[in-house]
Design a binder for this molecule. Structure first.
Ligand SMILES: C[S@@+](CC[C@H](N)C(=O)[O-])C[C@H]1O[C@@H](n2cnc3c(N)ncnc32)[C@H](O)[C@@H]1O
Length: 246
């Protein structure tokens, strides 16, 4: 089980314009500054991503339940960054307080999987898919009631920069909800994670550093930690963050 847990992770990096797709309609391209990573890295995981990260192991680790709980806490305009193939997307469907969801990811391959999911099972509100760097979102300041990131922080080149962006685009009274790999607080597990994180990220972990102190990253980005809960044996965390007063 633990080895599967270690594989529930990932990385990315590319230089391309932002592509925007409105409500499953025409795709338009939004010019944007070159991004500093190679998203093609994640393109190569797109075909197999759901089998592992969305499969039975993820369910047994409590990830499906955590996704459901997170979706239930959203309302209004929702932004999900690092949305990948859209494993979180179906969980929004039951929440009638959501008015729209914008999905962002840097990997076109991963977003193809997301678009397929939205085409096969459309959500009951407006959806938009934006191909962009989460550290430089082509989105307005203070525009979203709820900003979501699930298992993205461990693969971002610049997680603090991404968290700052999440704090910029959320409304002053909005919430930032994360599900993330997080360094266990248990001393033994923490030491194990410290010793193995580099190798796991490199071999089989799709670039994911699972030793991150998510709360410290949030504070470094100027965000306030409102709630923090662990699950999956302490290897995963559910976090609610709030933006700094503007
Ligand atoms: C581990 S996957 C998580 C996907 C999804 N959120 C989930 O819960 O399954 C990490 C995602 O982050 C994306 N990503 C990595 N760096 C990024 C960046 N700088 N900007 C936007 N997306 C990025 C990858 O393409 C990948 O889809």
């Amino acid at each position: 089980m633990r080895s599967k847990a270690l594989l529930l992770l990932t990385t990315a990096t590319a230089i391309r314009p932002t592509t925007r797709r409105a409500a499953l309609g025409a795709i338009t391209t939004v010019p944007t500054a070159a991004v500093a990573y190679d998203a093609a890295n994640y393109d190569r995981y797109a075909g197999s991503y759901d089998d592992l990260d969305g499969g039975q192991a993820a369910k047994a680790l409590g990830i499906a339940a955590a996704r459901r709980n997170l979706a239930a806490r959203c309302a209004g305009r929702v932004l999900e960054v690092g949305a990948g193939t859209g494993l979180q997307a179906p969980f929004y469907a039951a929440n009638r307080d959501i008015t729209e969801v914008t999905f962002v990811d840097a990997s076109r391959g991963m977003l193809d999987g997301l678009r397929a999911k939205l085409s096969n099972a459309p959500l009951p509100f407006k959806t938009e898919v934006v191909e962009a760097d989460a550290a430089r979102l082509p989105l307005s300041t203070g525009a979203y009631d709820c900003v979501v990131d699930t298992f993205g922080l461990c693969v971002y080149d610049a997680p603090v920069a991404v968290l700052r962006e999440l704090g910029r685009v959320v409304k002053p009274a909005g919430r930032i909800l994360l599900l993330e790999n997080a360094r266990p607080s248990n001393a033994l597990l923490g030491a194990y994670v410290d010793a193995t994180a580099g190798a796991v990220a490199k071999y089989g972990g799709k670039g994911c550093r699972y030793d991150q102190d998510v709360e410290a990253l949030a504070r470094a980005a100027g965000l306030r930690v409102v709630r923090s809960e662990r699950f999956g044996g302490g290897f995963f965390g559910s976090f609610e963050l709030a933006p700094a007063p503007r």
